[in-house]
Design a protein around this ligand. Structure first.
Ligand SMILES: [Zn+2]
Length: 293
């Protein structure tokens, strides 16, 4: 398989038209002839995506897009007929998110948006993957969704929450991304755990004192709306916090770790909520088996 090429392509300015998928592919703008996401090598990001009405849950607002991941759809109708999995192109887009790699966006004539070309395909520039999550799509099956935005565009929770059917409960939620990691509750959890990581028991000593992070199990803010309470927070070292947030491991009901060896360390006075662990497993744990789709 050819080496992936990310970002702008020389000689292909924004607005370049292509008559069909074959031309797109030959120009290297979007190489697969069928798939909507280009890029499925293990650990590699996605180079490009095509928005062409293949998925009923896609949402195209121009400067930002809620893109439905691949898999589980009937290619004829675009309807979901099975659950999607966090594999292949879907997994690739999470690499773009993690590493800040932009993805080329191509709109096709079948895309359900005013911005779609009337015929053929058009290269519409680079978008960044802001976040991903999964939910039940219109047809009742699990779909992965990717919030894509152009570099200069900020998207507030108030903008996106109603569109996606989530509630913005109050102003606090809007502020949340700024204040997240150092709330009173998180500090209390870290204090009870003596700033030791509940995964590896490491306690980082700095000149200012011990350092640990409060990891929300079910994340705050949209679209997860987890609560900022002690049962939803784990005390972790910086490394395990990142790995946990990125689904590299999770925790079973019996507190055995999934994805890495060991058990979650429990301390008296800090009860961890089973419901939050279940949410984390459900949302973040990539399926180990690649699946068939
Ligand atoms: Zn740790």
């Amino acid at each position: 398989m050819a080496k992936p090429i990310f970002g702008e392509l020389p000689g292909v300015p924004i607005g370049t038209r292509f008559a069909n998928r074959d031309e797109l592919s030959k120009a290297g703008v979007h190489r697969p002839s069928m798939a909507g996401i280009a890029g499925s090598r293990a650990g590699g990001g996605a180079e490009s995506i095509v928005l062409n009405g293949g998925y009923e849950d896609d949402l195209d607002e121009g400067s930002w897009i809620v893109y439905t991941g691949q898999g589980g759809n009937d290619p004829e109708s675009g309807r979901q007929i099975a659950d999607q999995e966090l594999t292949r192109g879907n997994l690739a887009l999470t690499v773009n998110e993690l590493e800040g790699i932009p993805v080329r966006v191509i709109r096709g004539y079948k895309n359900v948006s005013k911005l779609s070309p009337h015929a053929g395909f058009r290269y519409d520039g680079l978008y960044y993957v802001d976040k991903h999550w999964h939910q039940k799509g219109r047809a009742g099956f699990r779909i992965y969704r990717f919030l894509l935005r152009q570099a200069s565009v900020e998207i507030s929770p108030e903008t996106i929450a109603p569109v996606l059917g989530f509630r913005v409960a109050d102003r606090q939620l809007v502020e949340i991304q700024r204040i997240v990691m150092n709330t009173e509750v998180a500090r209390e959890v870290k204090r009870i755990n003596e700033y030791k990581c509940q995964v590896c028991s490491v306690r980082l000593e700095t000149v200012s004192g011990p350092y640990a992070e409060g990891a929300h199990i079910r994340p705050l803010g949209h679209p997860h709306n987890g609560p900022d309470i002690a049962p939803n927070i784990l005390c972790m070292c910086a490394n395990h916090h990142v790995l946990f947030d990125r689904g590299a491991f999770s925790v079973a009901d019996d507190r055995k770790l999934i994805g890495i060896d060991g058990n979650l360390i429990s301390v008296r006075g800090h009860t961890v909520g089973d419901e939050f662990l279940a949410y984390h497993r459900d949302h973040y744990l990539a399926l180990v088996d690649g699946g068939s789709r």
